[in-house]
Design a binder for this molecule. Structure first.
Ligand code: HPA
Ligand code: ZN
Length: 346
């Protein structure tokens, strides 16, 4: 096992920023900064309910997941053309590269766009082109995960899958997001079974606001490989043992949890407890334009509030590669670089 040298508390932020990492839980529509929303609104002639960038940003005060989703879906209404999707993803990937993200798996919500008359081709081709260009421009590998909106029906998810299948070589997995409580994973049992047959990687949001029971059914009914959020698992000791035994990664998003009031403050976040229980937890930004920070901000604020150490930093970065859907050779390369970055940090 790799030996992590102790690092003084005041040097930790620099270590956290510098270490190479993967980001596995980022909704690309949640990376739309107010400035880009206004620029795209103007370019496309889409009216906005806010007079200025500042007015829009000041509306970003949320009381729970649904209060955020209402504003998030409204923000996405400025996306109409393939170039808009490209510009959004390119802006995120450039920010990610500055945070030393070397691999990213991006969620996208096609139903948010197809419901407005935007074609599946427009959405996927724009996002995919940005992922391809990121490798050449930034040295960042990026892939796409198509999410079904769980507040809509399973029938709607099936229709979305059909529409997306002509582009199946442009996304690697299927996820499940939007309003969790009242929309349990098992609502999507048949469509996830179909996606599994088709060979997609499977993930689902569960245990963000919803109960541990939703994490169980995400695992046992949907047969997902990772759980997005999953922080409520801590209420169920048998579930914690299952997650640890099967090395099921949790893609944790501390600033999202703070802004959506899943925890009253970052000091109360359970990331340290999840790691202590042997879970493969990772740190991610979720919707960085809305929640006050990209991945490095999630790391530095959470470490400052909770007293996590360089050893935790190493484990979290390593987990991000282990939990990713890249091949074993690429994982090995990234982990070698991670080890080097810790060895040479002085
Ligand atoms: N939870 C559920 N749905 C979402 C989220 C989230 O944190 N972000 C974007 N869609
Ligand atoms: Zn999310």
């Amino acid at each position: 096992m790799f030996q992590v040298k102790p690092v003084a508390a005041e040097r930790l932020p620099e270590l956290l920023r510098r270490m190479p990492k993967a980001e596995l839980h980022i909704h690309i529509e949640g990376s739309l900064e107010p400035e880009l929303i206004f620029a795209l609104a103007q370019r496309n002639g889409v009216p906005l309910a806010y007079a200025s960038v500042e007015a829009l940003r000041s509306a970003y005060a949320f009381s729970n997941l649904q209060s955020f989703l209402d504003i998030y879906y409204a923000g996405a209404s400025v996306l109409l053309k393939e170039q808009d999707f490209y510009d959004m993803a390119q802006a995120y990937l450039r920010k990610a590269a500055q945070d030393n993200v070397v691999h990213a798996e991006l969620f996208f919500d096609p139903q948010t766009h197809t419901a407005r008359g935007v074609s599946m081709a427009t959405v996927i081709n724009g996002l995919h082109r940005a992922c391809v260009d990121a490798q050449a421009e930034l040295g960042v590998s990026a892939s796409l995960i198509l999410c079904f909106l769980r507040h809509l029906s399973e029938e709607d998810a099936f229709a979305t899958l059909e529409e997306a299948l002509p582009f199946r070589d442009k996304f690697i997995g299927i996820g499940l997001d939007s309003g969790e409580v009242g929309n349990p994973p098992e609502k999507f049992a048949r469509v996830f079974a179909r996606c599994r047959e088709l060979g997609f990687h499977l993930v689902a949001h569960a245990g963000e606001e919803g109960p541990p029971a939703y994490v169980w059914t995400a695992l046992d009914v949907l047969k997902v490989e990772r759980i997005d959020h999953g922080v409520q698992s801590i209420q169920d000791a048998a579930l914690m043992r299952r997650l640890a035994q099967d090395s099921i990664p949790l893609t944790v998003c501390p600033l999202s949890n703070l802004k959506l009031r899943v925890f009253p403050d970052l000091a109360s976040h359970n990331l340290g407890q999840l790691l202590a229980a042997g879970l493969v937890a990772t740190v991610n930004s979720d919707d960085p334009a809305y929640f006050g920070g990209y991945v490095n901000e999630n790391f530095t604020q959470t470490f400052a509030a909770t007293g996590l150490t360089a050893q935790h930093a190493y484990t979290l970065a390593r987990n991000s590669f282990e939990a990713s859907f890249i091949d074993d050779a690429a994982k090995r390369r990234h982990i070698d670089r991670l080890n080097e970055s810790f060895e040479t940090f002085a």
